[in-house]
Design a protein around this ligand. Structure first.
Ligand code: UDP
Length: 312
């Protein structure tokens, strides 16, 4: 039975990964410091013999007994309002945390997959973004703590691969949504759905002409699993071509929730990328990956989930 460590395993994506790896027959160790993750996300797994939860901040040395085959390094705040609130832990987990995870991978002979991000492209001047694009990041702006931590994480991952021969994979994750996002995490999907369900105005930042492309969580997890099991060492984008302006996206959420909410405009955060859509030719070619969940279907499932959260 392969044994897999998932850092950030109690977070939105981490908890979906825990489920997927258990379903694939892995023994899973879920590690999280619960700063932005939530034990509720993995509560249903705690009784299983093949699942273990370890409360630990991976920015500090990671001690883990026993063999390890895979490390999925997902620990990090990922929502702009979170990483703006806690910039130093964000920088530390991306840098020191990745260093520690790579050291553990080296000592155990495990393969490590790094969760990187479309934010490494910053406010992109190439559209859509292929993996070869080096990006346009402001290192000293408020988003720099996240973007540069992830860029460093990619660099140290490649260095451990080239210099120490550690088996590594890097996924660049584009905007992903689905059940278990925190209602208050500030990202556009939970923010708009929460506002629409409560009949409050939807807060569009700027004039709403900026774009994002949205991927349902199960599609992302499938792409990540395929990438881990592939031979592809260089970064790989996973995301969809469902690109919306944020204004059109607000209208779509109003339509799908059947809400009477209106739209109001708020100031655009500094360095908010104007466009974002992945070039996924590589994921399709190398991984045989194809997103399966149409945007309206994924949003319906997410809205249902948030309706239930609001009640409990
Ligand atoms: N956004 C918005 N209203 C909100 C939350 C976000 O208009 O209440 C915009 C935000 O400015 C950005 C886009 O939606 O242009 C996506 O933001 P999110 O925080 O989800 O993630 P990002 O892609 O910026 O990392």
């Amino acid at each position: 039975m392969p044994r897999t460590l998932i850092t950030g395993g109690a977070g939105f994506l981490g908890s979906h990964l825990c489920e997927r790896f258990l379903a694939e027959g892995h023994e899973v160790v879920c590690m999280d410091n619960l700063i932005t993750g939530n034990k509720k996300n993995i509560e249903h797994l705690l009784e299983r013999d093949d699942f273990e939860f370890v409360l630990h901040d991976v920015s500090k040395h990671i001690e883990l007994e026993g063999p390890l085959d895979y490390i999925m390094h997902f620990a990090s705040p990922a929502s702009p309002i979170d990483y703006l609130k806690i910039p130093i832990p964000t920088l530390k987990v991306g840098s020191l945390g990745t260093h520690n995870a790579l050291g553990l991978a080296m000592s155990k002979g495990a393969r490590l997959l790094l969760a990187s991000t479309s934010e490494v492209y910053g406010d992109p001047q190439v559209h859509p973004q292929p993996e070869e694009y080096w990006g346009n990041v402001n290192p000293v702006g408020p988003r720099g703590c996240y973007d540069e931590a992830k860029r460093f994480a990619e660099a140290i991952t490649m260095a451990y691969h080239r210099h120490h021969g550690v088996e590594t994979r890097i996924v660049r994750i584009f905007n992903t949504y689905g059940p278990r996002m925190r209602l208050d995490d500030g990202r556009v999907v939970p923010a708009f759905v929460d506002q629409a369900l409560k009949g409050r105005p939807l807060t569009v930042f700027g004039d709403g002409s900026q774009t994002r492309s949205f991927c349902y969580c199960s599609d992302l997890i499938d792409g990540i699993y395929r990438l881990l099991m592939s031979d592809e060492v260089m970064p790989t984008n996973i995301g969809t071509e469902f690109e919306y302006t944020i204004l059109d996206f607000a209208k779509l959420i109003i339509e799908l929730t059947g809400s009477q909410s209106e739209i109001i405009y708020k100031e655009l955060p500094q360095d908010d990328p104007k466009t974002r859509r992945p070039d996924t030719a590589k994921a399709r070619r190398v991984l045989g990956w194809e997103p399966q969940v149409p945007i309206k279907e994924g949003l319906r499932r997410t809205i249902e989930h948030f309706k239930n959260c609001a009640v409990t």
